[in-house]
Design a protein around this ligand. Structure first.
Ligand code: HSE
Length: 411
């Protein structure tokens, strides 16, 4: 029986998960592909670390040695940062290999170029594992959204942030100890800065934007906030109101313009993300024919990410190369999503009288208000009140805990 030879670049949580899953699902892979899948090589960084890798596998710190293997069909990359991953994958493509990556930072920066080079060499690129861990969101957009015009995508895209917020609320853990646990569970990046600052979710959002709209917002115009400012006190206060903090990434298309944000949001009970807890991710797609669809599943960790990469292995071996991330979308003015007023909680208001168009619903505590306003009005309020903290509320605010929010006043 002929064999498919695979190299795994990186043997951290994800790389090891891919290695183990190729072994544990050998029979399934052979049945689907009609060929045995063999791991021919593993690229590592630290030679002194103890690993359980078969004797016949080339384990090396030198990528060139992998490229010189007599047969190499697929390169599966699970390293972090843009370089050297981008260079390795370009070389692998030039060698005629299909590539599969879990590296969202690299792919957000260089995905388009990789796809173009791959098309020139008639090989495929799998990047399901770059977004939302085990949720098959890339394939959903790729395969199932040909006729539908996507208008908006909203997601909980960072498992670590969602895990921390859940642990802080449910188990009253401190931010630091919840983060430590996320690291121990293999959810967080080696350097968790990108997780908690929202940068990881931002990269994933940009990849989704290219898939759905064929374009991205200007990166420096995307509102970007992580979860670091959410204290235990804020979480307890929100809970009293019947709200939960979620870190939500949103991208939408209005005419020709694509806009995005990545920030903590308060969600009400009816919102599809209210019950997305722990390391779960969720992605909500709003499109013109089908309406609103939500996919949810594990967003980080060894096996969810390995699952996405293994499904990609089948995809790249069975599919033709692609030249573009997504077909060009027909512009439709009816797609426009109007910017409208929403409900917010803001804290630290000392001057409120100057913005007359804001509807002040109630004062929750000294300087902390529930109000109805547009994002621009909140920005203006923040300019007048230095240090203002604001969180938008998604979902049905009429159902907020009436006693706490004094919502007797009609919204
Ligand atoms: N650190 C990432 C997360 C891993 O927590 O979501 C999956 O991309």
């Amino acid at each position: 029986m002929s064999v498919i030879r695979v190299a795994i670049l990186g043997f951290g949580t994800v790389g090891e998960g891919v290695y183990k899953t190729i072994q544990s699902h050998e029979q399934e892979l052979t049945a689907i592909l009609g060929k045995k899948v063999e791991v021919a090589a593993v690229l590592i960084r630290n030679q002194n670390k103890v690993r359980t890798i078969g004797e016949k596998v080339l384990v090396t710190t030198d990528f060139e040695e992998i490229l010189r293997l007599p047969q190499l069909d697929v390169v599966m990359e699970a390293i972090v940062e843009q370089e050297p991953s981008f260079t390795y994958l370009k070389k692998a493509i030039a060698r005629g290999c299909h590539i599969i990556t879990a590296n969202k930072e690299m792919f957000a920066h260089h995905g388009r170029e990789l796809l173009e080079i791959a098309a020139q060499h008639n090989v495929s690129v799998g990047f399901e594992a770059t977004v939302a861990g085990g949720i098959p969101i890339i394939q959903t957009l790729r395969q199932l959204f040909h006729v539908n015009q996507v208008q908006k995508i909203q997601g909980i895209l960072n498992g670590t942030s969602n895990f921390i917020l859940t642990e802080m609320r449910e188990k009253k853990q401190s931010f630091a100890s919840a983060l430590k646990q996320a690291q121990e569970n293999g959810f967080a990046e080696a350097d968790p800065t990108n997780d908690i600052e929202g940068i990881d979710a931002f990269y994933k959002l940009m990849i989704l934007s290219k898939m759905a709209f064929g374009q991205e917002p200007k990166w420096n115009e995307v509102e970007l906030q992580g979860i670091a400012k959410i204290t235990s006190e804020w979480i307890a206060f929100a809970e009293k109101l019947g709200l939960r903090f979620k870190h939500i990434a949103t991208v939408s298309k209005n005419g020709n313009q694509v806009t995005g944000s990545v920030k903590p949001v308060l969600v009400a009970k009816d919102h599809p993300f209210y019950s997305i807890e722990g390391v779960q991710n969720a992605v909500n797609i709003v499109s013109d024919i089908v309406g609103s669809i939500t996919l949810q599943g594990p967003g980080a960790g060894m096996f969810p990410t390995a699952s996405a990469m293994l499904e990609d292995l089948i995809f790249v071996l069975k599919n033709k190369a692609e030249t573009v991330l997504m077909s060009k979308r027909v512009e439709d003015a009816a797609n426009s999503i109007q910017q409208s007023k929403g409900v917010w909680i803001v804290d630290g208001v000392y001057k409120k009288r100057t913005i007359h168009s804001i509807h002040w619903i109630s004062e929750l505590k000294n300087g902390c208000y529930l109000l109805k306003a547009a994002a621009e009005e909140i920005a203006e309020l923040a300019e007048q009140n230095k240090g203002l903290i604001s969180f938008p509320i998604y979902g049905d605010v009429e159902r907020l805990n009436q006693k706490e929010s004094k919502l007797a006043i009609t919204l």
